[in-house]
Design a protein around this ligand. Structure first.
Ligand SMILES: Cc1cc2nc3c(=O)[nH]c(=O)nc-3n(C[C@H](O)[C@H](O)[C@H](O)COP(=O)(O)OP(=O)(O)OC[C@H]3O[C@@H](n4cnc5c(N)ncnc54)[C@H](O)[C@@H]3O)c2cc1C
Length: 306
């Protein structure tokens, strides 16, 4: 890379990072966007709930369009992961997977979250073709269909209850439900059919999900399976810097309405600051983070006499 000191380094090339890059670049700052689009949660999504874009859009196409836009505004893009990060005075030092070391006046964390996987045959192969990790995103595709939610916690029960508004039949597969008595009552009073003390052994289907094999030995015909096992944030880098996590779950970065973290010059946006996991929210937070980081970097530069 030509430069080794950037005003704004954005870690994560999904919707939050892309929007942050656009807004930071337009403030005439040196911006570097790091990360791979194919690792964005949006890559395998089909989006129909984002304003101004009509019809169902492939997430991969939206990301490619975002990257073209970012390049037009002069941001450098490198499809590289960041391995280490440290603070040195007013600057941040980053080690990239290429072995390069770079410095930044400000950092924006936009690394998203990764959903916990079932790790069974068919899950990876049928992702986006009946396998989903997001009820809010995909429920509308299952109007009148039979769907199955897998999970033991409140996200799974909430998801199953939400799906009742769309699907003709909703199953919930759980080893052992672990939810509040109120939620359990709502579930019991609903039309969700709970199959407990069993789990998924395999997801079946050629081009789309057709059914599940359960550990009980039974088979279950279903058009879709929603895996709701929770998420894990990509937090290792942030915690290397001493960034504070949210006080309730300890798995998201705590950020205020300016997307500032507890460390001056460090911002966070998108899924990594918590749900709802939606492109519209990621883009909005990315916009704020990009503008704030660029302003901070400019002030720092003025102080340096640069
Ligand atoms: C199947 C599916 C369907 C969905 N459907 C919809 C929908 O219909 N509507 C909607 O609004 N939302 C939908 N979503 C949610 C939406 O995709 C996410 O909310 C959104 O992508 C979050 O954006 P983000 O930028 O925060 O993170 P992500 O898009 O996940 O991007 C994270 C980025 O961080 C990078 N990264 C991670 N670690 C590092 C590192 N160490 N160094 C460098 N880079 C790193 C990754 O490579 C990636 O580029 C869906 C999600 C899924 C999984």
């Amino acid at each position: 890379m030509a430069n080794s000191l950037y005003d704004v380094v954005i870690i994560g090339a999904g919707p939050a990072g892309i929007q942050a890059a656009i807004h930071a670049s337009r403030k005439k700052t040196e911006v570097l966007l790091l990360g791979r689009i194919e690792n964005s949660a949006l890559y395998s999504a089909h989006v129909e709930n984002y304003a101004f874009v009509e019809g169902v859009q492939a997430g991969a196409d939206l990301l490619a369009a975002g990257h073209r836009q970012v390049e037009r505004f002069g941001t450098r893009i490198a499809p590289l992961d960041v391995l280490k990060i440290a603070q040195a005075g007013d600057l941040f030092q980053l080690e990239l997977e290429s072995g390069e070391e770079i410095e930044a006046r400000t950092i924006i964390f936009a690394m998203g979250v990764s959903k916990k996987k079932l790790a069974v045959p068919g899950e990876k192969e049928l992702l986006g073709r009946g396998v989903s990790y997001c009820v809010d995103c995909d429920a509308n595709f299952y109007r009148g269909a039979t769907v199955t939610v897998v999970g033991d916690r409140s996200a799974a029960v909430d998801g199953a209850l939400t799906l009742l508004g769309y699907a003709a039949k909703v199953y919930l597969i759980s080893k052992k439900l672990d939810v509040s008595p109120e939620l359990l009552n709502r579930l019991r009073g609903s039309k969700v059919e709970v199959l407990d003390e069993t789990w998924v052994k395999a997801i079946e289907g050629e081009n789309a999900v057709t059914g599940l094999q359960l550990t009980s030995g039974a088979g279950l015909a279903t058009d879709g399976v929603f895996i709701e096992l929770g998420s894990k944030g990509a937090l290792e880098l942030a915690t290397q810097l001493g960034v504070m996590l949210d006080s309730e779950h300890f798995k998201y970065i705590a950020a205020n309405r300016k997307q500032e973290t507890n460390i001056p010059g460090v911002y966070a946006a998108g899924d990594i600051v918590g749900p709802p996991y939606q492109m519209a929210k990621a883009v909005g937070e990315g916009c704020v983070a990009g503008m704030e980081a660029a302003t901070y970097a400019r002030k720092l530069k003025q102080g340096e006499g640069a």
